[in-house]
Ligand binder design. Structure first.
Ligand SMILES: [Cu+2]
Length: 424
């Protein structure tokens, strides 16, 4: 366990903020220094506003950028499989006009973990997947297409097909396993805001809080008309903010890995309760009750893209198979295919068709998008289920070269990415 904790500390300890207040961030941009003491090359992509830089070992690079929107964000490198070794941290931008009221605010980062356990490593796991199957100890579920079968242990909410390639021995919240679960304390009768981030590499998490209703207020940092649910399904890269008003006691906050064994755990305790933590197993009844439907969520007026029709539509097929572990877009691995051309000022509709039997959370750099129906939620990452199509609208307002990729670390490493290129 100490290894996990130590890695967590390493992964965030080198980052330095150089601003002191949110208002400064909002008004004058932000210096963000990354110092690389890892002894190897580190490539960093910031999620929304900042482009890719390679930070050589022993050197540092300072990002300076304007923060366009408040919200729950995170940052991490996209260098090989570093993300699955815990190199990430939350990036929370406070909203000076925050309308919500809550008594406590907590960031809960979900992660799937195998590195260093039983000799496993992300690289050995990837190599095992490419070689066509999981050998023991690499943590890989391996096997050919369909080996996971229907996979999901979930009852009810629609059938998931393959939700992941890798079996993880541990699921963590804020770097901590179940036996050392973190606790969120909320005043008796109070309201807690939970900022949930799925930093996992290959795991969808279904999150619920025992005995409680969740009021979902933000998706990927952007406000929605609040929705009351009992569980939320989060793909890799997604963030969900919820409000909870627990009745007096201690309650499990549980992230159930979709289609996989185990669970990540935290506790929600009211300040007036000394109750012992109960034995809660790996699944709550709430996991199989009302689940958030991202596609029916409505953006608040401030967060919605202006209504309007797309100037142009681009089709991107998510392609590949477990055999050979060849993932790509339009049948090509990153670098082999043509970039998607985009013109400044246009509204581009990107139609994402998943031609595989696996789920793929698709994330776009440098922009946010709206799910392509009027008033739908604004996001930057969207889960595309097997054999389904999801359309998103992108306003071309940030010239540069930007990645669009699957946020499964192993699929990305295999090439499931393309580039959005501004042309004049
Ligand atoms: Cu993928």
């Amino acid at each position: 366990m100490s290894r996990v904790a130590r890695r967590r500390k390493q992964s965030t300890g080198d980052d330095q903020r150089s601003t002191s207040s949110t208002s400064e961030v909002m008004s004058s941009g932000w210096d963000f220094s990354l110092a690389n003491s890892s002894g190897k090359l580190m490539k960093a992509w910031m999620m929304r506003a900042v482009a890719l830089r390679v930070v050589p070992a022993g050197e540092s690079f300072t990002y300076r950028f304007i923060v366009p929107d408040p919200g729950t964000c995170w940052f991490h490198p996209h260098m090989g499989l570093d993300l699955d070794r815990g190199m990430y941290a939350p990036l929370i931008v406070d909203d000076p006009a925050e309308p919500g009221r809550y008594d406590t605010e907590s960031v809960l980062i979900l992660d799937d973990w195998l590195d260093g356990i039983g000799g496993a490593s992300p690289q050995a796991t990837y190599d095992g997947l490419v070689a066509g199957g999981g050998s023991g100890g690499t943590g890989s579920m391996g096997g050919g297409m369909g080996d996971m079968g229907s996979g999901s242990s979930a009852g009810g909410m629609g059938s998931m097909n393959d939700t992941g390639d890798v079996m993880y021995p541990m699921h963590l919240i804020n770097g901590r396993p179940r036996a050392d679960a973190p606790t969120v304390v909320v005043p008796a009768g109070g309201r807690a805001r939970l900022r949930l981030i799925n930093a996992g590499s290959d795991t969808l998490y279904r999150v619920a809080v025992g005995g409680q209703t969740l009021t979902v207020t933000h998706l990927d940092g952007f406000p929605i008309d609040p929705q009351e649910v009992e569980s939320v399904l989060m793909s890799m890269g997604e963030r969900v903010d919820v409000l909870v008003e627990p009745v007096s006691g201690v309650w499990p906050i549980m992230a159930s890995p979709e289609g996989k064994d185990g669970a990540a755990l935290a506790w929600l305790r009211t300040s007036d309760s000394n109750a012992a933590t109960p034995d809660v197993g790996v699944r709550l009844p709430e996991h199989d009750r009302r689940i958030l439907d991202v596609f029916s969520a409505r953006a608040t007026e401030a967060a919605a893209l202006p209504s309007g029709s797309a100037d142009r539509t681009v089709d991107l097929a998510l392609t590949g198979a477990m055999a050979g572990y060849e993932w790509g877009i339009n049948g090509k691995a990153f670098g082999d295919g043509d970039p998607v051309e985009i013109r400044r000022g246009e509204r581009l509709r990107v139609r994402l068709r998943n031609n595989t039997m696996m789920v793929h959370p698709v994330h776009l750099h440098g922009h946010t998008f709206a799910l392509a129906t009027d008033g739908a939620a604004r996001k930057d990452t969207v889960l595309v289920q097997p054999m389904k199509t999801v359309s998103v609208d992108v306003l071309a307002d940030n010239p540069g070269e930007w990645m669009l990729h699957c946020h499964n670390t192993y699929h990305l490493e295999a090439g499931m990415a393309t580039q959005l290129s501004y042309v004049t």
